[in-house]
Structures are given as structure tokens and as C-alpha cells.
Design a protein around this ligand. Sequence first.
Ligand SMILES: N[C@@H](CCC(=O)N[C@@H](CS)C(=O)NCC(=O)O)C(=O)O
Length: 369
Amino acid sequence: MKPVTLFASSHSLYSGRARSYLIKAAIPFEESFFSTPHYMQDVLPKAGNRQGMPTLALTDGTVIRDGAAIIDYFESESGNVFSPASPKQQILSRLFDVIGAEGLLRPAMHYRWNFDEQNLAFLFQHFSALLPREMQEYTEKMMNSMREAGRNFGVVPDTFELVESLYETALLKMNNHFAEVPYLLGGKPCIGDFGLLAPMYAHLGRDPKPLSLMQATAINVFRWVERMNRPGPDKAEFVEMPADYLPGDEIPETLIELLRHLAIDFLPETQAAADTINQWLADNNVEPGTTAERAVGFADFEIEGTPLRAIAQPYRFYLLARLQNLFQTLSEEDQVDVSAMLANAGLEEILELRLTRDIGRQGNLEVWL
Ligand SMILES: N[C@@H](CCC(=O)N[C@@H](CS)C(=O)NCC(=O)O)C(=O)O
């Protein structure tokens, strides 16, 4: 079978999510960079002219930009092999997708950009490799713009201590979970595993500083990161466990404990971002079909007494709405069960945190409907 092409890079957060999916789904692929003439001439125009990784080209030339859209495409082709069908599991799968892809950007950026002694040479090599030879002088500029992105996500000296303490506890709780099961929901990865891998691979499981922290303090998380990048179940430690989701819609207690901890950060930021974006929507006349930009202003919130300011990102709500819409399709009885599970994890409000306008996709871009 001719391989599809994934425009990606080893050190890109969102590339890790799509790559892992292709590996686990056994879809033949080859990787390419977005600085090639082929990407610029043939792929970018079909990607809504938005340059970004991951972008994927099918063998017939069709282009899919955005990691969630890439996964959606192959899920619908395959009959949703990585989407659990039972109520609680399917909601948690979607929840981990949004928390992973959007809710752990602060630790990812902190451990990448604030430990120059350990990380800088490694990062320089990777960023320089993204640029064609004649543009090498822009390497540092590109790196500085990513450093700036970290500050925009709320990683500034006053928040370093909080970001580290939240992440260290998250690692511990993930480690407890992956001591019990090889993937979030049992013997097989779900959509949520791919989302969670986004920050946990390219940044937190690969850059020298956070990789050493993970290897020293969270061996089971390290193994999960490795496992997510290998074909097949790769779960010799759990040889007795079927390569499937836990039976009976079971949710391990270790997962609820992890969510309870992740909620400390995810909930206040989501509440504040919803307020900022909804205010922006009220103040601006946004025509249907307008591209939903990455950020619309800043959200101010507080975690454990520390004030934070982070860009308010509509995309978080694009992913969250998928969970909320899924919830609406459940029977009343299942909704009661799912709400109780979310309440137990301190995340029941997540069902209500909506924007006043929906976001959809047109021409490979997220747009306001
Ligand atoms: N929502 C997109 C985000 C993709 C994204 O922001 N990718 C980063 C790399 S991890 C990127 O390409 N940044 C460079 C740029 O935006 O020019 C997805 O989930 O795929």
C-alpha cells in the first residue's frame, strides 16, 4: 500500500498525537517537513493556507490539516476502532483528548524553554533542521517566538513553582494509573490516549530536562509514551489483559484520581477562557465562516492562590463541544451516570462551559458558524 505523507517533526507537540494514531492504526506513512517545496506549492494551498504540523496528504493528493481532523478521517474510515462505545469510557476518551491537546501546554512549554542548560543545544538542532539551508539565520528567531508562546500560555517566573508542582503531581498520578493498565481505558489506546500523548511525547517525554524527570520519577508513564509510539499493543507487562477496553464500562479509580488533579488547572482556565471568548463574540460582529484564530484575548484566573494570564483559545471549546454533543446523544440514565462520574472527578461543570457560537470546519480551517 502506498504510504500517506505526514508533514510533521519529532519535536512538534501536535505531530506526536497524529503519528501515534497512524502507528497504532497500522496505516503506512512517511514523514516529511513543512519547509519542502512540495509542501509549499502543492500542500499548503489545500491546507487553507495555514502552515502547521501535523498536516497529512493522502495518496490521491487530498490534504487534511489539524491533528483532530486527521484522526477523525481515519476513525470514520475504519469504523471508529479507537473510540470506545460505552458511555463513561467514550466521554472520558474525549475529555482526555481536550485536556491532553489543550490543557497541558504550560508544563510542556515550561520544561522545554526554561531549562536552557539541559535543553538548548537539543532544541537548536531540531529547530534548525526545520529551516532550509539558506534560512538558518532565522533559527533563533523561530525559537524565540516559541518561547514567547510559552509566556502567552501563562508560563512566567511567578508561575514556575505552580506549574512544576502541578506537573510533578500529575506525573505521579499518571504513573499510578499506568502501573495498573497499559492505556487510559485498558488494553487498547483510545482517542484520549492520543490527545494526552501530545504534550507527553515531543516536549515532556523527549526534551532532555523533562525526559530525565519522567525516567527518574514516572517509569510507567515513560513506558506508556514508548508504547504509544510502537505498533501493536506493546503490553508484555499486562500479557493477561485483552487488547481491548475494560469490560462493563469500567473506569479505574486511578483515572478519576488523575482527573481530579488535572481539574485544578483545567477548570478555572476553561471558565475564564469561555468568559473572554464569549465577551469577544458579543463585542465583535463575527460573520459566519470567519476563521477562528488561535487566540482572542487573554483569560485571567487563579490556581491555588497564584494568578495566571493565558491566551483564550477557541480551539479548546471546539474539542470540548464534541464531548458535550456526545453527552447529549446518551440516554437519560447514562447521562446521570456520566454526570456522577464527572462530579466525582470535580469536572461536572465542563458539560456547561460552552461558547455562544459554534465552531466548525470549512476548507481545512476552523471557522465560526
Ligand atoms: N490544532 C492544531 C494545532 C497544530 C499546531 O499548532 N502545530 C504547531 C506545531 S506543534 C505548529 O505547526 N506551529 C507552527 C505554526 O503554527 O506555524 C492541531 O491539533 O493539529
